[in-house]
Design a binder for this molecule. Structure first.
Ligand code: CA
Length: 227
């Protein structure tokens, strides 16, 4: 699976300049011209890295980085700040909010790719791997494996499974799952959860792990190794 990189940058020329070189380097580049669109894209699919421009039309890159690092669903995503500012003070501010690196414009695609690879190597050494029996979820590579076989699932099922694996042996109501997995300010009907639970079970069925996702009648769901 190729790593997805999200670039949040209002200058189309910079986004376009990076498409082909990043593709050739083995990455899939997703583009957002502002924070508003970036949020939607991140909600649909967690990227493996974010290239974040400092000066954006809606929210500043620094402010957005701070928000991403506060949210448990996005805090693990490495961030490289892109900026025209070269002052030491700005660099320090960028790193203080939790950015992993800082690249000053103008930069060459080659230079940026080297920095991306360096950051990814660094984070993969402390990548979060969750393991239950042979089922392994890697939050950095955004991948679920059973042995050497990849388990295919959608982004919502992935987040649901990640939450379950982080909190096994506990019963969660649909309402609690909504808050924890979808976020408290997202409006989704409770029965939507049942749909995603069904899809998650279906994804796990070929590997024999569908029974880990258990229905607790009248209460909600539980992720458990035990019956
Ligand atoms: Ca800009």
């Amino acid at each position: 699976m190729q790593p997805h990189i999200l670039i949040v940058e209002d200058e189309a020329a910079i986004r376009e300049m990076l498409q082909i070189p990043l593709n050739k380097a083995g990455f899939i580049l997703e583009e957002a011209p502002d924070v508003y669109q970036a949020k939607t894209m991140i909600f649909n699919r967690i990227p493996q890295l974010i290239l974040l421009d400092w000066m954006l039309p809606d929210t500043s890159g620094i402010e957005f980085a701070r928000q991403l690092k506060k949210d448990s669903k996005t805090q693990e995503i490495p961030i490289i700040i892109l900026t025209a500012r070269g002052e030491e003070q700005d660099k320090i501010r960028g790193l203080e909010v939790g950015a992993d690196d800082y690249v000053t414009k103008p930069f060459s695609p080659r230079e940026l790719i080297a920095r991306i690879k360096a950051v990814m190597r660094r984070v993969s050494t402390h990548s979060e791997k969750l393991l239950v029996k042979e089922l392994q979820l890697d939050s950095i590579e955004h991948r679920v494996m059973v042995g050497t076989q990849e388990v295919q699932m959608g982004p919502t099922e992935f987040r649901l499974l990640q939450f379950f694996m982080q909190h096994p042996e506990r019963v969660y109501s649909r309402d609690q799952l909504l808050d924890q997995v979808w976020g408290a300010n997202v409006y989704i009907e409770e029965r939507t959860i049942d749909v995603h639970i069904r899809r998650l079970r279906k994804a796990l069925t070929p590997h024999g792990y569908e029974r880990l996702v258990q229905t607790v009648r009248g209460v909600g769901y539980r992720f458990s190794e035990h019956k």
